[in-house]
Structures are given as structure tokens and as C-alpha cells.
Write a protein that binds this ligand. Structure first.
Ligand SMILES: Nc1ncnc2c1ncn2[C@@H]1O[C@H](COP(=O)(O)OP(=O)(O)OP(=O)(O)O)[C@@H](O)[C@H]1O
Ligand SMILES: [Mg+2]
Length: 251
């Protein structure tokens, strides 16, 4: 079972979008996938068309010591071969994780059952910024996929992932893919920023993927609870290219 975090400290760069597309894409390639939504706004659940009314037990119930909830009871099916573990009360989860002394082990313990349920991939959608939850996710996963918005401030800040990993005493080798997102082909500015990103990671083996273009259809798909594979052929093609790289690198 491969464990992947979709993470970037910056908000609004496309983490939830990428988490949803790679999860659905992997399931379409025949893998059994679970998306763990640890983004407090439940965006990845919503992008899959699943809202609060569709679930009653969540990741929060799993870690709530007053409850004795089985992992299976918190999982809902989203698509063929794609399941979802939603969250609620994210601040309380974060507070609870602050009280845990072994943050490096907590998710292994709480999500232990996933292996037996036969998943090939666990994809974790992370919220922005450094949080205790994100610390725990970085310890849990073997692979990090980082979407970076192709925009000056965002590409310049992308090195902060190394600091974050170093502070947690984790290896930078966990970074598997950098996905330039919201790329606007028409502007010179975007081309320069993409070039900067490639240059920045040039010593890493083939880590920066082709960019995902900025397309209104991606936003629309999310709002309708559809993935790009169900709504936008052009973006679907771009995500398939990213998936090919991901499977080669991680699979
Ligand atoms: N390539 C793209 N083209 C157009 N819109 C996009 C693209 N990628 C993401 N978006 C849109 O940008 C917004 C932010 O994306 P998303 O929610 O995936 O970011 P995030 O990094 O998860 O944000 P947060 O930090 O709040 O969790 C959403 O409305 C999404 O539909
Ligand atoms: Mg998000």
C-alpha cells in the first residue's frame, strides 16, 4: 500500500483538486484507492460530490477516545474502486494531535486497518499551513505530491517544504512530484515562473511534471462534484500524464 500526501503550506494552490484527480485517476487505472480528507473545509469530499449529509462517522470519530468506532464505518464509497474517509471538527483533531506525544506513529495506528482492506493507494488531502495534523501526515506517508501555483510568490516559496521536512527530521526524498498548477500558457510571466520551478528542482530526478493549465472547467467540475475525468477532456489528458509519472515514481 502506497501512502501519498498532497501538501503545500500555501492555501488555494490546488491541493484538494490534485488529490481528487489523482485519486480518481488511479482508481480508473485499476488501483483500489482511498482518499483521506484532512482538509478542514472538506473540499476534496465536496469535489467528489459528497457532502456532510452523506456521512455520519468521520475521521474525527476514529480519534475521539469517547467513541469506539470501526475504521470501516467511517469509509464511504465515492466511485468504482475509490473510497473516501471524510473529516469533521478539524480543530479538535488538531488539538488532540497536540496532546499525542508520538505524532510520528499516530496515523499508522489510527489507519492501520487500511492495509487489510486491500487498498493499493492512500491519498491524503492536507489543509494549508503547518499544523499538527500535517506533521502527522508527513510522518505517515512515503510520498509527497506538491502542487505549486505557477505564480511568482508561490514558486519562490516552494523551498519551504524542505525546511518543514527537516524540522520533522524527515527525508527530502519523500518529495515525489511537484505539479505546476494553474498554468497560463499565454503569459510570459507564467513561462518564466515555470522555468524558475524547473531550475529550482533541477537536481531532483525528474520531479517536476508537465503543468496543469488554468481552466474554468476545473473549477466548474469541483463545484458540481465531478472530477475532470467526468467533465473536461483536456484537463483529464493533462492529469493522465501526471498519473503516468506518479505510477512510475511511486507504484
Ligand atoms: N488548474 C486549475 N484551473 C482552474 N481552477 C483551478 C485549478 N486548480 C484548482 N483550481 C480552483 O482553485 C480553487 C482552489 O483549489 P483547491 O481547493 O484545490 O486548492 P487547495 O490548495 O486545496 O486550497 P486550500 O489551501 O484552501 O485547501 C478551487 O476553486 C479550484 O476549483
Ligand atoms: Mg484544500
Amino acid at each position: 500500500m502506497k501512502k501519498i500526501a498532497v501538501l503545500n503550506n500555501k492555501g488555494g494552490v490546488g491541493k484538494s483538486t490534485v488529490a481528487v484527480q489523482i485519486s480518481h485517476g488511479l482508481s480508473m487505472l485499476g488501483f483500489k484507492v482511498i482518499l483521506v480528507d484532512l482538509d478542514g473545509q472538506n473540499d476534496s469530499s465536496l469535489f467528489l460530490g459528497i457532502s456532510e449529509k452523506d456521512y455520519n462517522k468521520t475521521f474525527f470519530d476514529l480519534i475521539d477516545k469517547r467513541n469506539d468506532v470501526k475504521l470501516e464505518d467511517c469509509i464511504i464509497n465515492a466511485r468504482e474502486s475509490l473510497d473516501l474517509l471524510p473529516n469533521s471538527h478539524i480543530e479538535e483533531i488538531n488539538a488532540e494531535f497536540y496532546r499525542e506525544s508520538r505524532i510520528d506513529l499516530i496515523l499508522n495506528e489510527k489507519l492501520q486497518g487500511l492495509e487489510n482492506l486491500g487498498y493499493d493507494f492512500v491519498v491524503v488531502d492536507c489543509g494549508p499551513q503547518r499544523t499538527r495534523i500535517n506533521d502527522s501526515v508527513l510522518c505517515y506517508v512515503d510520498n509527497i505530491v506538491m502542487p505549486v501555483q505557477v505564480e511568482a510568490a508561490a514558486v519562490r516559496a516552494c523551498g519551504s517544504i524542505y525546511e518543514y521536512l527537516s524540522d520533522l527530521r524527515l527525508s527530502p526524498d519523500k518529495i515525489s512530484l511537484i505539479i505546476p498548477n494553474m498554468y497560463d500558457q499565454r503569459t510570459r510571466d507564467a513561462k518564466e515562473n515555470l522555468e524558475f520551478l524547473r531550475e529550482f528542482f533541477k537536481d531532483e530526478d525528474n520531479i517536476v511534471t508537465n503543468p496543469i493549465n488554468r481552466r474554468v472547467k476545473i473549477t466548474e467540475a469541483g463545484k458540481m462534484g465531478k472530477t475532470v475525468f467526468e467533465y473536461d477532456e483536456e484537463s483529464a489528458q493533462q492529469f493522465f500524464e501526471v498519473l503516468e509519472r506518479l505510477v512510475k515514481k511511486v507504484g
